[in-house]
Design a protein around this ligand. Sequence first.
Ligand code: NAD
Length: 265
Amino acid sequence: MIRIIVAGAGGRMGRNLVRAIADEGLELTGATERPGSDLLGTNPGELAGVAASGILIVDSLKQCQAADVLIDFTLPESSLGHARFAAEAGMRMVVGTTGFTTTQLHEFKSVLAGNAVVMAANFSIGVNLALGLIQRAAGILDERYDAEIIEAHHKAKVDAPSGTALAMGRAVADGRETDFNEQAVYARHGHTGQRDPGSIGFSVIRAGDIVGEHTAMFAAAGDRLEIRHIATDRMTFATGAVRAAKWLKDQPPGFYDMRDVLEMQ
Ligand code: NAD
C-alpha cells in the first residue's frame, strides 16, 4: 500500500488528487494547505467529494504522518520548501507545480539531488504523446515551416506561457536541434518586423474556466500541420500524477518525467 501526502489539498488540483488517490485505493496520510487558509482543519476527502479521510488538513508537512510519496501542485515558492522537507525525510516526490524561474528550478533540483522525483509540466497521457509527436514533426518540418505554440487556460492561472506550452516549444527545438532560449518569441506588439526564420512563437489566452488547450502549429506556403490537445477535466492530470507516484515507489534516485513513467522513451 502506498502512503501519500498531498500538498495544497484544497486547491483545484489538490481536490482531484485526493479523489484519484481514493479511486486507486491508496492511503492518504497527510494533506496540507497554506498557513492561514480557511480550509485548515477540514476533511480532505469530504472536500474532494469522496469518503471522509482519516486525517484533517494541516498547515505543515511536519504535522503529517509518514508517507512514501509527496505530491505537490502548489506554487513554486512553496514547492521549494516542500522539496527541502522531502529531501530531509527521504520521501519521493511528484511535482506538478509550474512557473519556476530558472534559478528556482536549479535550486529545486539541487535540493532533491538524492531523491526519486517525477516532475512534469503536464501529467496527461495525451499531452505526453503530443510532445513526442511534436519533436518528431519538428525534425521533419525544418525551419521552412514556421512553428507557433498557442495555449488557452482559465482566468485564475498565474503563470504564462503554461509549462506545457514551454515543453512543446522545447520539443520543437529538440526536434530541430536548435537552442530553445534563442528561438523563443513570447510577445509581439507594434512594428515587429518580419518573422525570424526558425523562431518559435507563443500565443496565450486566459479566459473563463478553460481547463487547458494547446496547439503546436507548423505552417509553410500552402501546407499546415496542427497537433492539438484539449483537456476537459483536471482528473486527467490527477490520474497521471497518481500513476507516477505508484511508478516512483520502485525507482532509484533521479529526476524523471511523465514520458519515463509511460515508458515512451
Ligand atoms: P490552485 O490555486 O487551485 O491550488 C493551489 C493550492 O496550493 C491552493 O489551495 C493554495 O492555497 C495551496 N498552497 C499555496 N501555498 C501552500 C503551502 N505553502 N502549503 C500548502 N498549500 C499551499 O491551483 P491549481 O489550479 O490546483 O494549480 C496548482 C499548480 O499546479 C499550478 O502551478 C498549475 O500550473 C499546476 N498544474 C499542473 C498540472 C500538471 O499536469 N503538471 C495540471 C494542472 C495544474
